[in-house]
Ligand binder design. Structure first.
Ligand code: SAH
Ligand code: SF4
Ligand code: F3S
Length: 461
């Protein structure tokens, strides 16, 4: 049964994988005749695609849900609210929905998003008091195959505006870093068959996307779960050869699985960008071990030096968690020292957030909140100074920039990303979104590079 002209709206929290999933949810709803609402308050169905990686991410969702109901209630038009994504997959969420957000009618884990249209119809018909749920068996209770969350191939996706598109190359994660909830919310690692990946990328390139970002929780382990076919290095080589592709990025890497062979393939490729996001998490070997990361600070350092040696000008960025249980001043010093030594281009820095069900949440010696935030502040200061100095050292260089759109601060200028993923504002008028232009850096700050077009006054590469 189809009901036409129902409207939908999707709000997405969390990582790129969720953004990619939201495109699929939109595509599926549109296939069923739903139309995207201009405003969330006009929608008949609101999907909130959620993240559970830190407590703050969950709190954001709960307060957004409350606000949605309040605002739509004032208009006399409360939509069907769907809680999708990683929070839905957590044990206990249905109970929490009953307590904190009884107006949520449907909870759908990441492995079941393709069922959203059918489930929405069910909710519309049943009007039951209890939320309808579709989640995978939890990993601790089920065998691997039962808790996998691979989506069927060939699902529709809405066409997102812009010049870059995401392609999931794998689902789930098998690493069980001791602080992390993702292996529980996303299930075991399952790689997509390379043929499906290549076909999807070719279609996106044919539609005009310039840049493709490959997604997975640990892309360097791509293919480890397949009987045959390429690993990550081989996959990159094949993607690099897709006719028409201009830029390739990938997220996220795991330093333990990033082999020299992969660095070599990247150094020889034409389109894989010179940006390495390598989450370090901690510079202390003792903490790295407790985190179950599988590498030492020395191995991490060797990898960074190998990359810098093979690919001069490559940018390396990282993620760091401070205040992991039992982290001493000395452990934290180790992190600061390594950060000062390596001089990475940038870092996302977090305070440890205990996630129920993970090993780290059960560990003794949880660090007090104040100490965690003091450490974060100290680290942020050190790293931001390094980022600023590196960016300033780029003044005078020429960067290839993929133009994305007008700069929000100076709408007469255009902004885009360098191959190193640095934000660049182009002060020459004329480029359009999708153009690859060369910019000579004249000015730099912690978060941007800025300058006029170089060399090709009109020409785009
Ligand atoms: N699979 C990716 C992304 C994981 S989530 C990866 O391995 O990098 C992104 C970042 O969030 C992680 O790199 C980590 O730095 C941070 N993070 C994950 N769990 C966290 C927690 N419980 N508390 C604080 N930060 C966390
Ligand atoms: Fe979490 Fe570690 Fe998997 Fe990343 S690699 S998603 S941090 S368990
Ligand atoms: Fe968050 Fe799930 Fe991504 S927990 S970071 S949305 S995989």
């Amino acid at each position: 049964m189809k009901r036409n002209k129902l409207t939908y709206f999707i709000e997405t929290f969390g990582c790129q994988m969720n953004e990619r999933d939201s495109e699929t949810i939109g595509g599926l709803l549109e296939q069923e005749g739903f139309v995207q609402a201009q405003d969330v308050l006009d929608a008949d169905v609101v999907v909130v695609n959620t993240c559970a990686v830190r407590q703050a991410a969950e709190e954001k969702v709960w307060s957004r849900l409350g606000q949605l109901v309040y605002e739509s209630g004032r208009r006399g038009n409360v939509p069907v609210i769907v809680l999708a994504g990683c929070m839905a997959q957590l044990p206990g969420t249905v109970e929490r929905i009953k307590q904190r957000a009884p107006y949520v009618k449907l909870a759908v884990g990441p492995g079941h998003i393709h069922r959203i249209p059918e489930l929405v119809y069910r909710v519309l018909e049943e009007c039951s008091a209890k939320p309808v749920t579709a989640v995978s068996p939890s990993r601790t209770e089920a065998r691997r195959t039962e808790s996998t969350q691979m989506l069927p191939e060939g699902l529709p996706r809405v066409k997102v505006p812009g010049v870059s598109a995401y392609v999931a190359i794998m689902y789930g994660c098998d690493n069980f870093c001791s602080y992390c909830i993702v292996p529980f919310t996303r299930g075991p690692q399952v790689s997509r068959e390379p043929e499906f990946i290549i076909r999807e990328i070719q279609e996106l390139v044919d539609q005009g996307y310039i840049e493709i970002t490959l997604l997975g929780q640990n892309v360097n382990a791509y293919g480890h779960d397949l009987d045959r076919g390429p690993g990550f290095a081989g996959l990159l080589e094949r993607i690099d050869g897709i006719p028409g592709i201009r830029r390739i990025r990938y997220l996220t890497s795991h330093p333990r699985d990033f082999t020299e062979d992969m660095v070599d393939v990247i150094s020889q490729s034409r389109h894989v960008c010179e940006h390495f996001h390598l989450p370090l998490q901690s510079g202390s070997n003792r903490i790295l071990k407790l985190m179950n990361r599988g590498y030492t600070r020395e191995q991490y350092r060797d990898l960074v030096y190998y990359i810098k040696d093979r690919i001069p000008g490559a940018a390396v960025t990282t993620d760091i968690i401070v205040g992991f249980p039992g982290e001493t001043e000395e452990d934290f010093r180790d992190t600061l020292d390594l950060i000062q030594e390596l001089r990475l281009d940038g870092a996302f820095m977090f305070v440890f957030s205990p996630r129920k069900g993970t090993a780290a949440a059960r560990m003794d010696n949880q660090i007090p909140r104040k100490q965690k935030s003091d450490r974060l502040q100290a680290l942020v200061e050190v790293q931001n100074e390094i980022t600023r100095a590196i960016n300033k050292s780029l003044i005078g260089t020429v960067q290839e920039v993929l133009i994305e759109g007008p700069d929000s601060r100076n709408p007469e200028y255009y902004r885009g990303r360098a191959r190193t993923n640095k934000l660049v504002v182009c002060t020459t008028k004329g480029p359009k979104p999708g153009d690859l232009v060369k910019v000579r850096v004249a000015e730099a700050g912690t978060w941007y590079l800025r300058g006029p077009e170089a060399e090709h006054p009109k020409g785009h590469i």
